[in-house]
Design a protein around this ligand. Structure first.
Ligand SMILES: *Cc1c(COP(=O)(O)O)cnc(C)c1O
Length: 388
């Protein structure tokens, strides 16, 4: 059965934008203050309250990639040091390590949690290891008790890539507050969006102050303070910083996205539960149930397709979904599949067999709170028809 040509394309990761965001962006434009200013300050305060940290511990930036890069610079990791991370992540996790002048070292994932395996971290530690960069994959927390114990035993900096994990909790604590730095993304497909945007939570207000300086050219006072109504203040450049600051235009969206973070999470939990039920009898692997004592952020819902078992390759499945006008994602081909890393670091996919297999079998289905019940029914029917 083929759908009519006019059938709506269900966009993967479509953001749910409400009138309040639109009104706030318009008000921001009418205020004449587009850059870093009062709306960024409010978004930072709201985010720190949501994550139960001090306002002085957070700094808004213009992407999670910037957040990761600047965290490694602020940590003072000397060039040449090694940073252990997962092969099952977005390329930005590793590119930020490279841009900080450090060497990425991969440690395979646990095949059930799909998060970095602490035993593989231990095995990858050398005298040059300086940090561990973990990714709370799909919104499921990493095994932070074990990872923090390894880090303290070897005196390693810990950076948490929380791009999927705004709502994630582990043993009563928020993801992003275990390590020295937690880095969040507000990219268009993430759990809350500012279009492009990011946030750093630092372990201390002192570290966060360094992050702020680094995020705006290395200047000691930000533009809001310089040009506000308190009178002109000279700035001093205290190090060679970056241009990573968030704009008020972005924060205008984020303030209202953050206000709805919990209802959006509840909607994704409901969609997730329906997918689990609808696919329970299919010859595919489904995501592991959330671990006791943790809160899953339900950022991605993934099916694992083993062609020998389900009769269709992952890539043919992606095409079949697209033909039914349903967008999907792949999170992720393991990093050693990419030519740049193969050439630069000599990585081969087979060195990290769990990440390789998952990366070749995984498909992400739409899970946005923007999905209607009817959209989800269409997706479920399509998946069942293709895998029939
Ligand atoms: C999206 C994502 C990033 C990058 O986030 P940006 O805000 O787009 O820079 C980094 N890591 C992971 C795991 C991501 O999913």
């Amino acid at each position: 059965m083929f759908p009519e040509a006019e059938e709506k394309f269900i966009v993967f990761g479509a953001p749910l934008i409400e009138q309040v965001e639109i009104d706030e962006v318009v008000a921001c434009m009418q205020s004449g203050w587009l850059g870093t200013g009062p709306r960024v300050a409010q978004f930072e305060r709201d985010f720190s309250a949501y994550q139960a940290v001090l306002p002085g511990q957070v700094a808004a930036v213009n992407s999670c990639t910037a957040a990761l890069h600047i965290s490694m610079v602020a940590a003072g990791l000397e060039p040449g040091g090694e940073v252990i991370t997962t092969p099952l992540t977005f390329c930005a996790s590793v590119n930020s390590i490279i841009h900080a002048g450090l060497t990425p070292i991969l440690a395979d994932v646990d095949p059930v949690s799909q998060c970095i395996d602490p035993a593989a971290i231990e095995a990858a530690i050398t005298p040059r290891t300086r940090a561990i960069l973990v990714v709370h994959f799909a919104g499921r927390p990493c095994d932070m008790d074990t990872i923090m114990a390894i880090a303290s035993r070897h005196r390693l900096v810990v950076i948490e890539d929380c791009a999927h994990a705004i709502e994630t909790e582990y043993h009563g604590r928020k993801a992003g507050t275990f390590g020295d730095f937690g880095c969040f993304s507000f990219y268009a497909t993430k759990n809350i969006t500012t279009g492009e945007g990011g946030m750093v939570i630092s372990r201390s207000c002192e570290l966060a102050a360094r992050v702020r300086v680094l995020a705006l050219h290395g200047m000691s006072k930000d533009a809001w303070h310089r040009f506000g109504d308190a009178g002109y203040k000279h700035y001093q450049v205290v190090e060679a910083g970056f241009k990573y600051n968030m704009m008020d235009l972005q924060a205008a969206i984020g303030i209202h996205q953050l206000a709805r973070v919990e209802p959006s999470w509840q909607r994704r939990e409901q969609l997730w539960g329906r997918y689990m039920q609808a696919f329970a009898d299919l010859p595919v692997d489904l995501p592991a149930a959330p671990e006791a004592g943790t809160r899953h952020a339900y950022h991605l819902f993934t099916l694992m397709l083993d062609e020998a078992r389900c009769g269709i390759s992952r890539d043919a499945f992606l095409d079949a979904m697209n033909a039914r006008r349903i967008g999907t994602g792949v999170h992720y081909l393991s990093l050693p599949e990419h030519p740049y890393y193969q050439q630069r670091f000599g990585w081969v996919p087979e060195q990290f067999p769990h990440a390789m297999r998952l990366g070749r079998q995984t498909v992400s289905l739409p899970l946005s709170p923007k999905l209607s019940d009817a959209d989800q029914q269409r997706i479920i029917a399509a998946v069942r028809e293709i895998l029939r």
